[in-house]
Design a protein around this ligand. Structure first.
Ligand SMILES: C[S@@+](CC[C@H](N)C(=O)[O-])C[C@H]1O[C@@H](n2cnc3c(N)ncnc32)[C@H](O)[C@@H]1O
Length: 312
């Protein structure tokens, strides 16, 4: 199953800060896993890692209920490419007729989503909000402002999103994948020895602001609990920036591999932050073989250019 070199990295329909699109091959070529147990992802986020690894069996979870409901709705056939196409076309037209500030239709969708959440509005917000971030206030309300592009949902953009939903739905089909809305502790309570855990928690010591707070206690507990389990794991974490190194990694005893990566912290180029990204891997799951022996999936196609151009 892993290591695997994925030539055509695919992007999921929803976005979030810390999305690993550009780090997929860094992750999949450094891990050795036979694929026999379940792929366990307690911090699913956009789902980009799961959807590119494509294991036969998976237990994936997130404390953000909207992410989990969205993928359950795709799995159950409630959200299909056609449903998405029609919805975004109709809502996109309404968006186009309003302004860019407080009177934008975007804020009406945000208001209605916060009163009565549903997966289609969630998708709309994820694809029309500023910089594709997923941020919530203390009451759990989505609070990201509008990207200020009333013509956001042009035909090509709608087609692209509908295709992403179609692709996710296709790769889920026939697979034993379980999506759960729960805290990471609960997920780790349910792993067994044959499972493999990919851990991508909010980055400690860096601004994150996900659905709920991520504290130092959470981060420390994650290190302790993970390493007490007899289960293979890989942890994504920042290793160092221009200014400092991440002491948190000292709590982890696996092997560390690193790669440079740009994070976009704001709208302009000079707000990009280069950091070194670490993958800490349990000793028995490090791929130490020859790079030429890594299996390859897919050819580079035109879509690959889309991935290169995706900002986050
Ligand atoms: C860095 S993101 C994961 C990004 C993901 N790997 C991707 O590539 O899109 C961290 C995720 O952890 C989730 N999260 C935060 N606190 C959590 C908790 N206590 N239990 C489970 N998930 C949590 C957030 O909602 C967020 O989706």
């Amino acid at each position: 199953m892993l290591p695997l070199n994925i030539n055509h990295v695919r992007v999921p329909p929803i976005k979030c800060q810390g999305i690993k699109t550009k780090l997929i091959n860094f992750i999949t070529t450094n891990i050795s896993w036979n694929g026999e147990g379940r792929w366990v992802e307690p911090f699913l986020g956009s789902g980009v890692v799961l959807f590119n690894v494509q294991p036969e069996r998976a237990l994936v979870a997130d404390s953000n209920p909207h992410i989990i409901k969205f993928y359950q709705d795709i799995q159950n056939g409630v959200i299909t490419p056609n449903v998405v196409r029609e919805f975004l076309f109709e809502q996109g037209q309404q968006l186009e007729q309003t302004g860019v500030d407080a009177n934008s239709y975007y804020y009406e969708v945000r208001r209605r989503f916060n009163e009565n959440p549903n997966s289609l509005d969630f998708l709309f917000l994820s694809r029309a909000c500023f910089n594709g971030v997923m941020r919530f206030n203390k009451k759990g309300g989505f609070n990201v402002p509008f990207c200020k592009k009333p013509e956001r949902f042009r035909q090509a953009y709608i087609t692209k999103i509908a295709n992403q939903v179609g692709w996710v739905s296709e790769i889920m089909y026939g697979k034993d994948w379980i999506f759960l809305h729960q805290d990471w502790r609960e997920t780790l309570n349910n792993v067994v020895e044959s499972d493999f855990m990919y851990l991508d928690p909010p980055y400690i010591g860096r601004f994150a602001d996900y659905f709920n707070q991520w504290t130092e206690e959470d981060a420390n507990d994650l290190a302790t609990i993970t390493q007490e389990l007899n289960v293979g794991y890989a942890l994504s974490m920042w290793a160092s920036s221009e200014f400092r190194t991440n002491d948190y990694l000292e709590q982890w005893h696996g092997e560390v591999v690193t790669q440079g990566h740009f994070y976009h912290m704001g709208a302009t180029e000079n707000l990009r932050n280069q950091i070194n990204e670490a993958l800490v891997i349990s000793p028995n799951n490090v791929f130490n073989g020859d790079v030429n022996d890594i299996a390859v999936r897919g050819n580079i196609t035109e879509d690959e250019e889309d991935v290169q151009l995706e900002l986050i």
